[in-house]
Design a protein around this ligand. Structure first.
Ligand SMILES: NC(=O)c1ccc[n+]([C@@H]2O[C@H](COP(=O)([O-])OP(=O)(O)OC[C@H]3O[C@@H](n4cnc5c(N)ncnc54)[C@H](OP(=O)(O)O)[C@@H]3O)[C@@H](O)[C@H]2O)c1
Length: 288
């Protein structure tokens, strides 16, 4: 295998869009890339494409449906059994659901996939990250100026709106980033969030039925969007730039820090999201 720089990266949602584009570039730069995908077929097809595009054979695949907490626990175990180090964890997985769906754990799907999967997987891999330090965690967010409804994280009391549910779950990425950075302060594991811009991808394509108007709007808008490779440049900057050594708890856009939604700067709100996330995943904060 061509693991030239001796470093290993784990990327969720690596078989499509931003995750795939990021994986190609990391593999080109000599990283050992471990991809996570839920579909063997899509995962293996992307693995072949990443290997061909990067010229690297050091691209491996682990399968997990990140909507399922049991699958996330199996994934973390499989990772630890197969690899000793983890220098970079990119929590890139994301999906958007037009209708309210629930995960195998009974949790609203946007929250489960876009926020809780990163929360749980990161906790389960923290010891490996610490043992590999200096190490980075990069959470892929979305720049939408909204706030989580802290009394209704799972859309049980409100009429469900898919785009709002997506946006609010992605605010969870920022709450998580800022709170984790504080809890990891003094360690050599950093955590930052990046907004990748708006770009062409398959977001929401494998998430159940979408109305015709939305499919038409997507098809018409697609050619005008940036390619995923452009968005990957932002992720790669936060993941690898030497000038960000030791930088933690920041939110980046295009290589510069950007302002997060006000709610994520509120320590009490962050604490509430953290405690709810612990409760919903069974994570014990003593682990951090
Ligand atoms: N596209 C944009 O304009 C945009 C803007 C801002 C932020 N983002 C963020 O960018 C990230 C990447 O999304 P993308 O736009 O590149 O979309 P994408 O092409 O659909 O990629 C998302 C990846 O996540 C995987 N995934 C979804 N649900 C999963 C599950 N339950 N278990 C395991 N894997 C699952 C998908 O796998 P399948 O192929 O199996 O579905 C796919 O590999 C997301 O966090 C998204 O919120 C995107």
């Amino acid at each position: 295998m061509t693991n030239l720089n001796g470093k290993t990266a784990l990327i969720t949602g690596a078989n499509s869009g931003l995750g795939q584009a990021t994986a190609i570039e990391l593999a080109k730069r000599g990283w050992h890339v471990v991809m996570v995908a839920r579909s063997r077929e899509r995962g293996e097809a992307a693995q072949r494409e990443i290997q061909a595009a990067s010229g690297s054979s050091a691209v491996e695949l682990l399968l997990a449906d990140l909507a399922s907490q049991q699958a996330i626990r199996h994934l973390a175990l499989a990772y630890k059994q197969q690899y000793r180090h983890l220098h970079l964890l990119i929590n890139n997985v994301g999906n958007s659901f037009f209708t309210r769906q629930v995960s195998p754990d009974g949790i609203e799907m946007s929250l489960a996939v876009n926020h809780l999967a990163a929360f749980l997987l990161t906790h389960l891999l923290l010891d490996t990250l610490r043992n590999s330090a200096p190490a980075r965690i990069v959470n892929v967010g979305t720049r939408l100026n909204t706030a989580m409804d802290l009394d209704d994280l799972q859309w049980e009391r409100r009429h469900y709106q898919g785009l709002a549910a997506y946006a609010q779950s992605k605010v969870g990425n920022l709450h998580f980033t800022f709170e984790l950075a504080q809890r990891l302060s003094g360690s050599a594991v950093t955590v930052n969030c990046v907004h990748p811009g708006v770009f062409r991808s398959n977001l929401g394509k494998n998430a159940g039925p979408t109305p015709l108007w939305m499919q038409i709007a997507e098809t018409l808008g697609r050619p005008f969007l940036a390619p995923a490779e452009k968005a990957a440049e932002r992720v790669l900057y936060v993941a690898t730039a030497p000038e960000l050594d030791g930088v933690t708890g920041k939110y980046f856009g295009n290589r510069v820090e950007i302002a997060p939604p006000p709610q994520t700067l509120d320590a009490a709100a962050r604490a509430r999201v953290w405690v709810s996330s612990e409760r919903l995943t069974g994570v014990q904060s003593e682990r951090v």
